[in-house]
Structures are given as C-alpha cells and as structure tokens.
Design a protein around this ligand. Structure first.
Ligand code: UD1
Length: 426
C-alpha cells in the first residue's frame, strides 16, 4: 500500500489548481441513468471514487468513456450513455466500496420502475443510515422491501410526485429524491432539502437534461416531473473541500497560496474562521489567495453544520490547524457521531486534544512532531498530511488509498508550492 512522506517546516508558496468536486461528480454520474441520451461531464476529477462509480454504472449497462486530461488545469471528460433499459441490480460489492453508489437507487426506480440496490452498511464515520432516502421514495409511491441486505424498490406504475419534508438535512437523500422526482408523475415538493452547492450543481445539470426544477440552492425544491429526460453537457463545479483543505495548508505552513479554478463563496463558512485566526484570505480574478505572514494563528471555535455552515468535511483539517494555533479552541461535530478518528493520530504527533461528547477541545500552540500515522477516512487522512506540513521532522501517512478517493494528485499539488512531500510506492 502506498504511503505519503512529508517533512514539515517548509513555507508553501505558489498556485494550486482546484479540481472538480468529487461530491458533485458522483451524483452527476448517477444522473446518467435517468436518460437514454448521452450525458457528457467535464472538469471530472481523476479519483478512485469516480472510478468506483464508473464501475457501478458499467455493471448497470451504462457505456462509460473517460478522457482524462493531460493538463494540470482542466479535469477529465466523462461521457456516459445509458441503454434503453439498464440493469436494476447494484451489488453489495459495488455499494460496499463507496456509499455514494446508493445514489443509483432513485434514478433506477424512477426510470426502470424497479431497483435492487445493496444497503451501504456502516462506515468508519458512524452509522450513516439511508432511512430518509427510502421514506422519500415511499412517499412517491415506491414499495420498499429490505431483503438479504438489499433494498428492493418497485413502482410498477411509475413514481408519483409527492410532498416530502426531510426530518434532518441529508445531502445524499436530497440528491436521490431530486433525481427520482424529475421523472415522477406530477409535482414534488422537497422541504428542508440540503443546500450544499453540489445539489445545486446536480439540479442545474438535470435542468439541462430537460427536468423542471425550481427553488435551486434553496431548502425547498419544487420538481414538476417530466415523461423523459434527454442527454446534456455539464461542467462539474470546483471542489470546495479541496479548496478549503489547501487554504488551511497555506495557513498551517505560514505560506501564501493562490487557489485557482475556484471561488471564495464556496468556502464561505471557513473564511471568517481563518480570518479570525489570523490568515488573510481574498478573492482574485482566478480564485482565492490565502496568506499567513509570519505571525502565529489564534485559536477560534468552530461547529460543523449543513451548508452554508462550516462543513464536517473540513473539520479534521481545521483541527490540525487549531492544534498549532495559540490558545484553546472548541470544535463541535454535529453531523456525524464518530468523526474524531484523527484525534488519536494528532495526539501521536504531539497535539493536545481531548474529546468530550461531540466536542474536541484543542489546546494549541503545540509544536507538532512528525510520526508514522494512519487514518480510517478520507478527510482524517488529509488532516494528517496538513499536520505533517507544520510538524518538525518526518511524518509518514499510511493507507494513502483514502486520500486517493478524494484528493487528486495531492503530493504534486503541494510539492509545486515547495512542500517536501513524496509518495512512497509499495
Ligand atoms: C455527503 C457527502 C459527505 C459529507 C456529508 C455531510 C457525498 C458523496 N458525500 O454524505 O462527504 O460528509 O454529505 O455533508 O456527497 N442521515 C440519516 N438518514 C439518512 C441519511 C442521512 O439519518 O437516510 C444522517 C447521517 O447519518 C448524518 C446526516 O444525516 O448524520 C447527514 O448525512 P448526509 O448529508 O446524508 O451525508 P451523505 O450524503 O452520506
């Protein structure tokens, strides 16, 4: 298994091009199942999760053509063409590897009128149930049965538009229902819908495919179902988690980085936190600059919330930064119940953090020390790379396959800004 070695203490300076968003690309790919017309996606990041999703779609009968870009600045182009009638079975092997594969359920039941999709099961960051996806589809008239670890959903006469209010905000359930509602008979009103930018991106792509959706980017989505959708072309929006992660990299290393192909509003909730902590962060013609000149960072509290709040997917990275800031900060995780797996690893690097319920109390101003570390999820792994940038000596991050699921060419991007980092191949 590959590892990443980082030797800390280098001040980063340079430009990092931000890739297309993984969390937008995956639902957009599932949307290809809604139509026989070809869906062409551009700015697609070259990530393991995108490869998994392509495999799931191939299993369902979708023709996948992927042209990876040779350039650092433009993502790949993915052409997806669903057959007249796709397969309806997404196997355990396919879904177990990546929870987002469950996003094929809504499109399959909407277009094929039946689907059999494996339950994703638990995962390292908590139970992560799918009850809301299923309740929403039931509200649209699907009959749902759970057998042998699979969800069997049927709507013999097609799905019917429905009013559904999410009891808690869920990104995946909003996406599944939005896609399903696009082909349902009549109007659906999805209330308390997630407002993450990736959902707006999916909705805009569906509109180019002929869907009728209003309220895009708001918490109430109104969808007038259509009989069929056609193909389309869509560019995946920039990855706000990658943007935020490299913004934190600039702050933690005391550097100066321009993040291109992205924009400040995508990391809206991180901006006041970084400014308050002492970094300068501004819009440029091409994206965002983040500068921390000399002075130390100040501890600043943060609480994760659904968008537009501070994202859970930046919590681990922010904690690494706070471990090096002056003073005590409280970092509260309200989205996932078990998302502090990076804490014991940061402790091994000399951080001082204690967890009380849903809050991590970080006593900063510690000089981190390099160590061999490993993490069990994507965002936790990248927080260890960030900690390694600030640490004295060498950090080796094991299980790099987590990073490869969500961060495109991370070592090249950081190296181009002067980081002492390399991938150790095994
Ligand atoms: C998506 C993102 C993930 C991010 C998360 C929260 C993708 C591919 N993944 O995951 O990176 O961390 O949003 O921003 O976009 N819940 C239920 N029942 C359900 C569904 C969810 O109780 O049926 C709960 C979850 O356990 C969790 C909360 O709702 O506590 C939010 O989860 P959700 O927004 O659904 O996350 P994902 O879509 O899985």
């Amino acid at each position: 298994m590959d590892r990443i070695r980082v030797t800390g203490g280098r001040r980063l300076k340079g430009e990092i091009p931000i890739s297309g968003a993984k969390n937008a690309a995956l639902p957009l790919m599932a949307a290809a199942l809604l139509s026989e017309g070809a869906l062409t996606l551009s700015n697609v990041p070259n990530l393991a999760d995108v490869v998994y999703m392509a495999d799931v779609l191939r299993q369902l009968g979708v023709a996948v053509a992927w042209q990876m870009s040779g350039s650092d600045h433009v993502g790949g182009v993915l052409k997806l063409q669903s057959p007249r009638r796709s397969q309806s079975l997404a196997t355990y092997d396919a879904v177990r590897k990546m929870r987002a594969s469950f996003l094929v359920l809504g499109p399959l039941v909407a277009r094929n009128r039946e689907a059999m999709v494996s339950l994703p099961g638990g995962c390292a960051i908590g139970a992560r149930p799918v009850d809301l996806h299923l309740k929403g589809l039931e509200a649209m008239g699907a009959e749902i049965e759970l057998t042998g670890g699979y969800v069997f959903a049927r709507a013999p006469n097609g799905l019917k538009g429905a009013a559904y209010e999410f009891p808690t905000v869920s990104v995946g359930a909003t996406e599944n229902l939005l896609m399903a509602a696009s082909l349902a008979h009549g109007e659906s009103v999805l209330k308390n819908a997630a407002r993450e930018p990736e959902i707006g991106d999916l909705a805009r792509c569906l509109v180019t495919m002929g869907a009728k959706i209003s309220g895009i980017d708001s918490s109430t989505l109104v969808v007038e179902g259509v009989k069929e959708l056609h193909g389309g072309q869509h560019a995946v929006l920039p990855d706000r988690i990658e943007t935020g992660t490299y913004a934190i990299a600039a702050a933690i290393s005391g550097g100066e980085i321009e993040l291109t192909n992205t924009s400040l509003p995508l990391i809206g909730a991180l901006v006041p936190l970084l400014r308050n902590a002492g970094a300068e962060i501004d819009s440029t013609a091409f994206g965002v600059t983040v500068v921390r000149n000399g002075h130390s960072m100040r501890a600043t509290d943060a609480t994760t919330e659904p968008f537009p709040g501070f994202p859970t997917d930046l919590q681990a990275q922010y904690m690494a930064l706070m471990a090096t800031a002056d003073g005590e900060s409280h970092i509260r995780e309200t989205i996932f119940e078990n998302r502090f797996m990076h804490v014991p690893e940061l402790l091994r690097m000399g951080a001082e953090i204690r967890v009380e319920g849903d809050t991590a109390i970080v006593t900063g101003a510690r000089k981190l020390k390099g160590a061999p570390v490993m993490a069990t999820d994507l965002r936790a792994s990248v927080s260890l790379v960030l900690a390694g940038l600030a640490a004295e000596g060498e950090t080796v991050v094991n299980r790099v396959y987590h990073l490869d699921r969500g961060f495109e060419r991370i070592e090249q991007k950081l190296k181009a800004c002067g980081a002492d980092i390399e991938r150790l191949k095994e």
